[in-house]
Design a protein around this ligand. Structure first.
Ligand code: CP
Length: 317
């Protein structure tokens, strides 16, 4: 595997989930693959889970890891070609990326949507420059338009907890005080559309996601109706994607907060969220603290999704 930015990079999804469950049972069994190999993790944005779980996965595989926080101590990077660099940006990304590639064998990149130029975000401008210029296998640790390591962990979690062969999985928008990207819901839809689940997306009108990820998924604007008979509720906020409102907050309607009454409409559903979560905006204390909340095992599976991806990259070196 040379890149991991979307569900297609995993090939057969059932095989990938099976491999993940095997890795989970034997997470130190592939240590020989990473001997004398180095993972570079490049962060343009903050992280708790991605940083720890990916570093842990690399350690499980016997790798060394280096973490670079671009905003803390590195030179400020220019990303546009043709710019006269007389400002505060001391280094061009077109030198920085190949230099980073010389110090490692595999690179993980976190570079969120910047909401300055929609085309750049949609086309994963920064992540794709790493793929193009580093000379190394590159995986997304959340890009501008996708968070596939999260979605893979989500699918592993659903596989572990499902009680029926084809569970109903509902992705619901929920309110948030700040502008958030669409990366997590995009990748969640990308994976659910390929998984054997009954997938429904519910959101207020105006929050339609990118059709590249939604594809044929059922959209239900009535959240209560969407929740009926659901086996998994996956809550997430995102800002508007469609023009002319790209990157804007259109609603903070607290009627969309996931509470116990709404969970009561479901088939005793499990509650999921990628974390970090704003309590009593996205979900009430009562729901996230309930026995049906699986946000912690979901986060724990980030180690497994990362380990499968890095393992496959090591195998392809
Ligand atoms: N879910 C997730 O990616 O968490 P972090 O932003 O803390 O890495």
């Amino acid at each position: 595997m040379k890149t991991f930015t979307n569900v297609k990079d995993l090939g057969n999804l059932q095989d990938a989930v099976k491999e993940a469950l095997e890795v989970k049972k034997n997470r130190f069994g592939y240590k020989h693959l990473g001997e004398n190999k180095t993972l570079l993790m490049v962060f343009f944005n903050s992280s708790l889970r991605t940083r720890l779980s990916t570093q842990k996965a690399a350690m499980n595989l016997g790798m060394n890891s280096i973490v670079l926080d671009i905003t803390q101590g590195a030179w400020k990077l220019e990303t546009e070609r043709g710019v006269i660099m007389d400002g505060d940006k001391a280094e061009h990304i077109l030198e920085a990326i190949p230099v980073m590639g010389t110090y490692c064998d595999i690179i993980g990149v976190r570079a969120f949507a910047q909401f300055e130029n929609k085309e750049d975000d949609v086309n994963e401008k920064i992540l794709n420059q790493f793929i193009q210029y580093s000379g190394r296998p590159v995986f997304s640790m959340e890009g501008a338009a996708g968070h596939p390591l999260q979605a893979f962990a989500d699918l592993i979690t659903i596989e572990e907890y499902k009680k029926t062969p084809r569970p109903k999985v509902v992705l619901t928008w929920a309110p948030h005080p700040r502008v958030l990207p669409q990366a997590v819901p995009n990748s969640f839809a990308d994976f659910m559309n390929e998984a054997d689940v009954d997938f429904v997306i519910t959101h207020p009108k105006g929050y339609e996601l990118d059709e590249r990820f939604v594809r044929g998924a059922r959209i239900e604007h009535n959240q209560d109706k969407a929740f009926e008979n659901a086996d998994f509720i996956y809550a997430k906020n995102w800002s508007a994607f469609q023009n002319p409102h790209y990157g804007k907050i259109l609603s903070k309607n607290m009627d969309w907060t996931v509470d116990a009454k709404k969970m009561g409409l479901t088939n005793n559903a499990y509650f999921m969220h990628c974390l970090p979560v704003r309590r009593n905006m996205i979900v009430t204390d009562e729901v996230i603290e309930s026995p049906r909340s699986i946000v912690i095992p979901e986060a724990a599976n980030r180690e497994i999704s990362a380990e499968v991806v890095i393992k496959r990259m090591l195998e392809s070196l």
